[in-house]
Design a protein around this ligand. Structure first.
Ligand SMILES: *Cc1c(COP(=O)(O)O)cnc(C)c1O
Length: 362
């Protein structure tokens, strides 16, 4: 028996998704940075992305990048979150490039790069409306100038990130703005801007729409590769697998119970109690899985099964026709937040298909 809960990760499907996006974007002159942050720096997944043709790997956490380096993953690696001052040394030692928005941080990277006898590449992130990270466009040129003056720092290009904090969609207008900024840096400072990183999975709709791509030559893709969907409307992408990663959990209780709780209702383990209507007796099952392992609202159960709620360690299901018995396994598809939590939970084992190693309980 394989242990539960577990993520089943189909590397062939991930390869197919990555390869398909790499090919479609190549026709638009755009390369792919494969983003590994949702996989906790999995070496197997990283290797699969590289085989599929991503040009470099990107992760938001230095710990994940260090783990991939330790696992002998050979690739250009970009830290896609602005480095912490306190981690500047580790960033210089383990990554080739980092995305930055603060000159103070770049100065620290420069110092650490000098000490280490290395060069470090810098992409400057620009704020284009989503109001997460980014230098205000009017301040960009000044920041490029300062970056260019720092020893052991190579200015690599510019980038932007949309649709994460405020859901601002990448479109012709904000992407043209990014291109114009790249061109104006080149014209003013007489240099070439090598990387113009247009955004994340939310950029695919724009990038593949036949729009004028301008200077954009890189996208940083995570979710679209792993889950096969675009991220503006969370629709499946044509030709991609949406079940490359599934979650399997085990039933620990199966009973017929009233649908309506009895007694005085106060708060639940995670806050307010939900409104419940009396639907008579229902077929309820409990899985050994909880808030510690997944985001319950991000689970897609098989047809005929509904996720009713979760506390730390119990996931409550109702099924009308389907009989779930103790010991049975239920397989879910996951959204990004459920995936990230499951990947991060030490209680959820990760099973790669095809197996790269023999499972310990085989
Ligand atoms: C997470 C992240 C990405 C990848 O986003 P997906 O939606 O998974 O494609 C790209 N860029 C930055 C800066 C990120 O933080």
């Amino acid at each position: 028996m394989m242990s539960a809960p577990r993520l089943e990760i189909d590397l062939r499907k991930i390869y197919h998704n990555a390869r398909t996006l790499v090919e479609r974007l190549a026709m638009r002159g755009i390369s792919v940075t494969g983003v590994t942050k949702a996989t906790l720096g999995s070496a197997e997944i990283a290797a699969t992305l590289l085989e599929a043709g991503v040009k470099r790997l990107g992760d938001s956490r230095i710990e994940n990048i260090e783990a991939m380096r330790l696992a002998q993953i050979v690739a250009a690696m970009t830290l896609i979150r602005s480095p912490m001052l306190s981690q500047a040394k580790r960033v210089v030692l383990s990554t080739d490039v980092s995305c930055n928005t603060e000159i103070e941080v770049i100065k620290k990277l420069s110092l650490e790069a000098q000490k280490a006898g290395r060069n470090h590449g810098v992409i400057l992130m620009v704020e284009l409306g989503d109001l997460r990270e980014g230098i205000m466009p009017d301040d960009l040129l000044d920041c490029v100038r300062k970056t260019l003056s720092l020893p052991n720092i190579d200015f690599k290009g510019i980038g932007t990130n949309l649709a994460c904090r405020s859901g601002v969609s990448p479109d012709n207008k904000n992407m043209a703005r990014l291109s114009a900024l790249a061109s104006s840096i080149e014209a003013t400072l007489d240099l070439s801007v090598e990387i113009v990183s247009g955004g994340n999975s939310a950029n695919l709709e724009w990038a593949l729409s036949g729009a004028e791509i301008g200077r954009v030559n890189d996208l940083r893709l995570g979710e679209a590769i792993l889950l096969g969907c675009e991220t503006l409307h969370r629709q499946p992408i044509d030709g991609l697998h949406t079940d490359a990663i599934t979650l399997c959990a085990e039933v620990i209780e199966a009973k017929t119970k009233p649908s309506k709780p009895s007694g005085t209702i106060a708060q639940t383990a995670f806050g307010e109690a939900p409104e419940v209507t009396d639907r008579g007796m229902v077929t309820q099952a409990i899985l050994a899985l909880g808030q510690q392992d997944i985001d319950p609202s991000g689970l897609q159960a098989p047809t005929g099964i509904d996720v009713m709620g979760a506390s730390s360690d119990h996931l409550i299901l109702e099924s009308d026709s389907l009989k779930l018995s103790v010991g049975a396994e239920v397989i879910f598809q996951l959204n990004y937040s459920a995936l990230v939590r499951a990947m991060t939970s030490p209680f959820v084992s990760k099973v790669m298909k095809p197996a790269t190693t023999v499972p310990s309980d085989f």
